[in-house]
Design a protein around this ligand. Structure first.
Ligand code: NAG
Ligand code: NAG
Length: 186
């Protein structure tokens, strides 16, 4: 083979890979987000595509992979939020009530992290109903944490945005599992 061909062929092949796979993967992300945003009012299309496309492997993913990617996003989010809560609790300027609610949130998120881990295990063995239960627990944790702060007048939750992210990402996971189940007639 001439040097020209030994160079040009792999290059052509590479550019073929690069040009086709991201399109397919992006289509899947877009199509999936369109479908689930239509079905679940908690899911915004733009939030869904932005979140799923940010994940490095979302390109050329299957629906099954996309579900796992979104579960991992939830896990990162909850783990990061728990660290953030711990950091906030160390802040001496916080009023005692906020500290109390933050402590509740910390415990809720600790349990939520265990739930996400269990959900990943169930998801991998295609036990979607069991994974579903665990994910719902994560959504409850975000809601319960957020609601705590609204119990007392004048308190502002420092976690609203994070709780919304966790809630919506979890809703995406639930919807993707729903789509998988529908597709496989489980
Ligand atoms: C997917 O959606 C994004 C943002 O909504 C858009 O920029 C992109 O062109 C879409 N890709 C395909 C293949 O439809
Ligand atoms: C949590 O999810 C949101 C929405 O996808 C994202 O913007 C944010 O970076 C995530 N945070 C972490 C720590 O993963």
């Amino acid at each position: 083979m001439s040097p020209f061909f030994s160079f040009i062929l792999p290059t052509l092949f590479l550019s073929f890979l690069i040009s086709t796979h991201p399109v397919n993967g992006q289509n899947l992300v877009n199509e999936t987000c369109k479908k689930i945003a239509r079905r679940d009012p908690n899911i915004e299309y733009n939030f869904c595509t932005t979140s799923l496309q940010a994940a490095p492997t979302s390109q050329c993913a299957s629906l099954q992979r996309l579900g796992m990617i979104s579960i991992k996003l939830v896990r990162h989010n909850v783990t990061d939020t728990r660290v953030y809560v711990k950091h906030l609790m160390k802040n001496g300027k916080l009023d005692p009530y906020s500290k109390l609610y933050l402590k509740d949130c910390y415990e809720l998120f600790s349990d939520a992290i265990s739930s996400v881990k269990r959900a990943m295990k169930y998801y991998n063995s295609k036990r979607y109903d069991d994974a579903n239960m665990q994910k719902s627990g994560v959504m409850d944790a975000a809601t319960t944490c957020e609601d705590g702060f609204s119990e007392r007048e004048g308190l502002v939750s420092p976690l609203t945005k994070r709780n919304r992210n966790t809630f919506q990402l979890s809703a995406i996971v639930l919807s993707i599992m729903h789509e998988i189940k529908k597709g496989s007639n489980v």
